[in-house]
Design a protein around this ligand. Structure first.
Ligand code: SAM
Length: 217
């Protein structure tokens, strides 16, 4: 089922991806970094699910956290391994089936991952993120402001380009009632765009859920 989608990422040039995404995502990265830093301690383990070329690794490393990244695209893992070496702890893995024990990490998060999944899969991914974290889960979600309706489309090249209606996503997320949702942020900001698509602003939602200290697995 994921073949087309995986093939798309295998063909994406990692350098170009970094160059186009870093400036566009700076603010959202700052947002979840700040939220996480309020709760986490230096040395805590962080899992970046769907890490791509591990753009976030230097940010966490420089702040003293132990980073782990997983992605199902081999060439991104190879690229990041070559760039950062073994200390970035990168592994090839499907987000729907994380090969880690329960509560292995202090933070499990995903950025720009869920909005591209085939319908239904992102629920499985949230469950996995929640299972492997002991303290925090952060989901950051891209909400294009130019389209306010939910659409699931599979393009000819196999890519899922989903857009979601904000209220619908919010209601859906809230169905995970056992989660102790700490914070829900929505930010809209103007960002440089690599396309001529208008408006040239992007919206982001960042959901932060905290595990209660007495919760059992
Ligand atoms: C838009 S990129 C985001 C990369 C990174 N999180 C970032 O923000 O720079 C989406 C990434 O999700 C990965 N991905 C998509 N579905 C996945 C899955 N089921 N399991 C693991 N990785 C997945 C792709 O390989 C790609 O690297």
């Amino acid at each position: 089922m994921n073949q087309g989608w995986r093939a798309y990422w295998e063909k994406t040039n990692p350098d170009k991806f970094m160059i186009s995404h870093l400036p566009r995502t700076e603010k959202v990265r700052e947002l979840y970094f700040t939220q996480a830093s309020e709760i986490l301690k230096r040395g805590n383990r962080i899992l970046d699910v769907g890490c791509g070329p591990a753009m976030d690794y230097p940010m966490w490393r420089d702040a003293g956290y132990r980073y782990f990244g997983v992605d199902f695209t081999q060439q991104f893992i190879d690229y990041a391994n070559e760039k950062y070496g073994e200390e970035a702890n990168l592994s090839l893995m499907d987000a729907k089936n994380l090969q880690f024990k329960n509560r292995r990490f202090h933070l499990a998060y995903s950025k720009d991952l869920l909005e591209h999944q085939p319908p239904g899969d992102w629920r499985k991914i949230i469950r996995e993120l929640w299972r492997v974290t002991s303290k925090l889960m952060i989901i950051s979600f891209f909400l294009p402001p130019w389209d306010n309706s939910t659409k699931h489309q599979k393009r000819d090249d196999g890519v899922w380009t989903n857009t979601y209606n904000k209220t619908e996503v919010f209601n859906h997320i809230m169905r995970f009632k056992n989660l102790n949702w700490l914070r829900i942020n929505e930010s809209m900001f103007h960002t440089p765009s690599s396309t001529n698509r208008k408006p040239k602003s992007h919206g982001w939602a960042v959901w932060t859920a905290m595990k209660s200290f007495c919760e059992e697995d």
